[in-house]
Design a protein around this ligand. Structure first.
Ligand SMILES: Nc1ncnc2c1ncn2[C@@H]1O[C@H](COP(=O)(O)OP(=O)(O)O)[C@@H](O)[C@H]1O
Ligand SMILES: [Mg+2]
Length: 296
């Protein structure tokens, strides 16, 4: 399906948003501008994926076979021409099936991956950038809180003042004094979230972190996101849970195979996405059933 460019509504009006009491007084000026963003991974030596390309003559196919496994580079076009404008005070959910490019998009927004084409403009500092780049597994949670806090621009004293609150938010108890190698994935994700929101960031990006928490953590996260939004920050949330997204975001961008398939009010996009996923599942079930019949 094509990118629905016409439906591309960057002029989201706060008054048109569903949950009026939740919406900030007014959406601010643009905080993030993504202009025709492309991200291409170059994968070197894809030995494990012998997906034979059937085109070309015998010689060409032979050359390809030789190149494979000898470190020849393959390209994965993970993001292919994404454009949107996000504003201060906006929280935006990003949804899409696995491999659609959500994480890549966030990493490009955070400046962790360079665009292969197009550009990203951000006013202020993206939060996940500092923290995810510096968290060190061999060090204790406590050391990471200090390092992460400093990376976010807090002073040593400010980090010390917020220390207990961060530990409480992450709900890691005495583990804070142990190396992060001893943490479960959920504990690490919660600590990362707690650190990255310790300083009210201009732009916060959350990638699947919410899936790892219990109901209490999810609620604390929701409140924190709301605070950031009210403080004119911009929040991006990637989650498999449409319910979490709808609870936190007034706007949702649906990414499919690296392109924006829909961008609009959370409820509308979520509804379309649900229909799409249901159809996709039914189609897969139909194919499986057909295969079984052929085997039998
Ligand atoms: N480091 C990487 N190197 C090569 N390909 C990658 C890398 N990370 C992701 N990809 C590929 O890019 C595409 C988008 O992946 P990703 O952004 O992780 O999607 P999502 O977060 O929506 O599941 C997928 O085809 C994935 O296999
Ligand atoms: Mg992902």
């Amino acid at each position: 399906m094509d990118v629905t460019e016409e439906e591309f509504d960057v002029e989201v009006d706060a008054e048109d948003l569903p949950d009026a009491p939740q919406a900030p007084a007014a959406l601010g000026t643009p905080s993030v501008i993504v202009d025709n963003l492309h991200v291409t991974y170059r994968v070197v030596g894809t030995r494990g994926k012998p997906k034979t390309v059937r085109r070309g003559n015998k010689l060409q196919r032979g050359v390809r076979r030789v190149l494979r496994g000898t470190g020849a580079a393959t390209e994965v076009k993970a993001v292919r021409g994404v454009s949107f404008v996000a504003r201060h005070g906006e929280s935006i959910g990003i949804i899409g099936t696995n491999g659609s490019g959500k994480s890549t998009l966030l990493q490009a927004l955070a400046g962790l991956i360079p665009p292969s084409e197009g550009s990203v403009y951000i006013s202020g500092t993206p939060s996940l950038l500092g923290v995810s780049a510096v968290l060190m597994k061999k060090l204790s949670g406590a050391r990471n809180i200090m390092i992460g806090g400093l990376a976010l621009g807090l002073t040593k004293q400010q980090v010390e003042e917020r220390f207990d609150e961060i530990v409480e938010f992450a709900d890691i108890g005495d583990f804070v004094h142990l190396p992060m190698t001893t943490y479960s994935a959920g504990m690490a994700a919660r600590l990362r979230f707690a650190i990255s929101t310790a300083a009210v960031p201009d732009v916060l990006m959350i990638d699947e972190a919410l899936a790892t928490g219990d109901a209490g953590f999810r609620e604390r996260s929701r409140v924190r996101v709301e605070e950031i939004r009210q403080g004119a920050g911009t929040v991006f949330v990637v989650s498999h849970s449409l319910a979490s997204i709808q609870a936190m975001c007034e706007r949702v961008i649906w990414i499919d195979k690296g392109v924006v398939r829909m961008d609009g009010p959370a409820d509308e996009v979520a509804a379309e996405y649900r229909t799409y996923v249901r159809a996709l599942r039914a189609e897969r079930a139909r194919i499986r059933a057909a295969r079984k019949r052929n085997v039998a």
